[in-house]
Design a protein around this ligand. Structure first.
Ligand code: ARG
Length: 289
């Protein structure tokens, strides 16, 4: 377990940006990458099996539905040019973190994905975000950094290093809470925890160490707790605008829990992209400018 904050843990309410009530949709700006070159040619997480066939056209069609869903909800979707030979580039969330208009480009764990860092950095730069940096410490962007109100929840254990949590805290000047992931199927924070609104998260407790569970209970006593079945279809890999929550149609319990809490779950089918170990959130980087 790693706690990088020594002061008493803040309550999320103290860190909420606005005083709006939960359940209000806020228009977002998203960066996505069309999966034209998507494939599973190597295995860097337990979901990937290079011997299983991948239907790239179907991946593109499913991804187009996700993009259209965001646009129909009033969100702005921007695109980064896909690069041949980078089959995982569709998972835009991993490209970096944008917070208060500042952008930190990822520094990938595996050689297969390392060139993506420069591509996302260039996009941030061209988009006029300032300042932008290429992170020094190993980190996989919003795969492991999730913004909840003003807090940044940060995963470690499989990909992003604790040094990157420090780097993010210094660069963004934001409180960063380190959380330790313990189950290799949930190798990024965004596979085990979803930011639903400024005060609400959903998560799968068994993906986290005991100490990280204690921290999450303390910070988010009203969190939505996902079942194993929800987690195993990557139901927590969700994107919320504060009211509409876009997630896989297969996470049926999580859809119910969200509805009970007044949110509007919207199911999509990203079965081809699940073969790479990702779902809705993985395909979506939020540009918080
Ligand atoms: N195949 C990719 C990898 O293992 C999947 C990344 C999923 N992205 C995410 N934000 N969890 O790196």
């Amino acid at each position: 377990m790693t706690i990088t904050t020594r002061a008493p843990l803040p309550s999320p309410a103290e860190h909420a940006v606005s005083s709006r009530t939960a359940g209000e949709a806020i228009p977002r700006r998203f960066l996505m990458c069309r999966p034209e070159h998507f494939d599973v040619t190597y295995a860097i997480n337990p979901w990937m099996d290079p011997t299983k066939p991948v239907d790239t056209d179907l991946a593109v069609a499913q991804w187009e539905v996700l993009r259209a869903t965001y646009e129909s909800l009033g969100h702005r979707v921007e695109l980064i040019q896909p690069v041949e030979g980078l089959p995982d580039m569709v998972y835009a969330a991993n490209g970096g973190v944008v917070y208060d208009g500042k952008a930190m480009a990822a520094s990938f764990t595996f050689a297969e994905r390392q060139p993506e860092g420069a591509a996302y950095h260039a996009w941030f730069d061209e988009a006029g975000l300032r300042p932008t940096i290429q992170a020094a410490a190993q980190n996989e962007g919003e795969g492991d950094f999730l913004v909840v109100g003003r807090l940044i929840l940060a995963g470690t254990g499989f990909r992003t290093s604790v040094a990157a949590h420090h780097e993010a805290r210094e660069f963004f000047g934001a409180p960063v809470i380190s959380l330790e992931l313990v189950d290799p199927r949930f190798y990024h924070l965004d596979t085990a925890l979803a930011a639903i609104d400024d005060q609400t998260i959903a998560y799968y407790p068994l993906a986290f160490s005991a100490a990280s569970n204690a921290i999450l209970r303390q910070l988010f006593p009203d969190a939505i707790v996902a079942t194993a079945a929800d987690a195993e279809v990557l139901g927590l890999n969700a994107v919320s605008d504060g009211y509409n929550v876009v997630l896989t149609d297969k996470a049926v319990h999580l859809h119910e829990r969200l509805r009970e809490r007044g949110f509007n779950p919207i199911g999509v089918d990203l079965s081809e992209l699940l073969k790479g170990g990702g779902s809705v959130k993985c395909c979506t980087l939020e540009v918080r400018a």
